[in-house]
Every structure is written in C-alpha cells, then in structure tokens.
Design a protein around this ligand. Sequence first.
Ligand code: UTP
Length: 293
Amino acid sequence: MTTNTIRKAVFPIAGLGTRFLPATKASPKEMLTVVDKPLIQYAVEEAYAAGIRQMIFVTGRTKRSIEDHFDTAYELESELEAAGKTELLKVVHSIKPDDMQVVYVRQHRTLGLGHAVLCAKELVGHEAFAVLLADDLMVGEPTIMSQMVEQFQEWRASILAVQDVPREHTRRYGIVSGRQISDRLVEVSDIVEKPAPENAPSTLAVAGRYILTPGVFAEIEAQQQGVGGEIQLTDAIASLMRREKVFAYRYQGVRYDCGSKLGFLQATVDLGKRHPEFGTDFQEWLLNSASAQ
Ligand code: UTP
C-alpha cells in the first residue's frame, strides 16, 4: 500500500435485486430513483465528495442503463444547449465531472458480494480502496465515505461502516464485535454474516460502506462458498483480521436500505422533505394529507 488516500471505489452492482421485484426484473435496482436521482448516482457523488476519482462498476446483465447514465449524452446536451437551458445542462454534466473516470468490469455469475469485489482486483491493484453498495443510501455531513477516509488516514487499515441495530434484525447483516477504541471506533475481533439474534456477538451491523486493504483479495480467493451458497465478503474480512487490524467505524448519519421497499419509501419521503426546490411544499402536502385521513 503506497498511498495514504483512497483513489478508487468499487461499486458492486451485479446483484439480482429480488427483494424489489417486479421493478428489478429488467432494470437495475441501482437505477431506482429517489426523488430525482438514481441510487447509483447518490453513491458515486458520495465517493467523489471523499476525493475518490476512479469509479469501478462491477456490472452484470440488465445493467446497461447504468453505463448509459454515466456516459456523455451528445444529443441531449446539444438540444439543451440550443434551447439555452444552461441550468439543466449543468445538471447533466455534473453526473460525470471531467476529472472522474468510470470503468466497468463484468461479474458473469452472481456468486456473491465477495466474488463481485474480487472481479475488480486487477483494476484496483495494490492499494486500499473503497466499496460502496448503492442500495444503501447514506446521508451524512460530511458524507459517510469522507468520514471513513479520514479514519483510514489515521489508522491505515481496513474500515467497516457500522451502526447499531435491534437484536431481532441481526439476521439481515454482517455483525461485528471487538475492543472499543473510542466512542465511534471498535477494533474488530469477530465478524459473522447474518447470525440469528441468539448467536449474534453484538448488535453492531455492517452497512454498505467499506475501505479495504488489497490483502482482502487473497482472502476472497481462498474462500469457499458461505451463507446462501455465495462467496461472502464478510468471510474474507474475517480471514483478513488474522493478518491485519480491521476497524469498525460508527458513522454519523442516516442509512436507508433502498434494496427493500420500505427503506426506499422512507428515503423518498425524507429526501423529498429536504429537497431545496419543493421540500416545503411536499411537507405541507404530507401534513394536509395526513390530517385529511
Ligand atoms: P444484496 O445482498 O442486496 O443482493 O447485494 P441483491 O441481489 O442485489 O438483492 P436481493 O437481496 O436479491 O434483493 C448487496 C450488493 O452486492 C451486489 C448487489 O448488486 C448489491 O449492490 N452483488 C451481490 C453483486 O454485485 N454480485 C453478487 O453476486 C451479489
């Protein structure tokens, strides 16, 4: 590891999104739109705000619209330009700033999150990198990834974003436990994928943001299929912990599980209420419609 900053982010977007059927039958879950932006754009903007400039998408079938979203749309741009719609033109340009690079690699079979991350091995090389799961929409100031990069700069080790969850929900997450270093930081000594509440070592759950050292690739390669027949990133991190320190960071902010219909609705309402253009009108409408029922 030669750099003290994180330059590359991996976005595993090859999953099938079965929890969001029928919407995800032919279109990617990451293109589901919360208010006016697709989920993947929120995640890319979060990485960009953290100083990351190379975005690596691990894609699969039915994900073509994501590539189009981050490509130049000449026709649209020249029409907006001809019509003098400069504000809209700026919005379109901002999707992919000039100093941002987007690259794609295919995961040919959905063999799990660990396997998806492994697909980016050659593109990442020998440096620490970020992983962002776009279906976890994370809102924080500074952004969650910026907070994590700051932690990485201090500890030079893998950092997992974590949050406290109710014990009855442990089955939905990777759960960590370990030695408390400070209010927000735990040195991880145990990590388990989707434990039953009675077996969970704690209620500290891993959210969809990671900074990983390149050593994780060898650990993924050594993995057998784990829970659900998939190659789990959690199992690789558990092995990595035997060689290197791994930290869990309790981020400051809110996470919406937009891979689930309920989480997606919650994100839509919360972000809609905060929207600079129509947030106030939307709040008023919500109040009126609640009192009319
Ligand atoms: P999920 O566990 O949410 O799986 O994956 P999923 O297939 O996307 O959705 P459900 O559970 O069927 O509704 C977490 C992240 O890992 C990616 C997904 O795209 C998602 O961002 N992933 C998962 C891959 O890229 N490849 C895989 O083989 C599995």
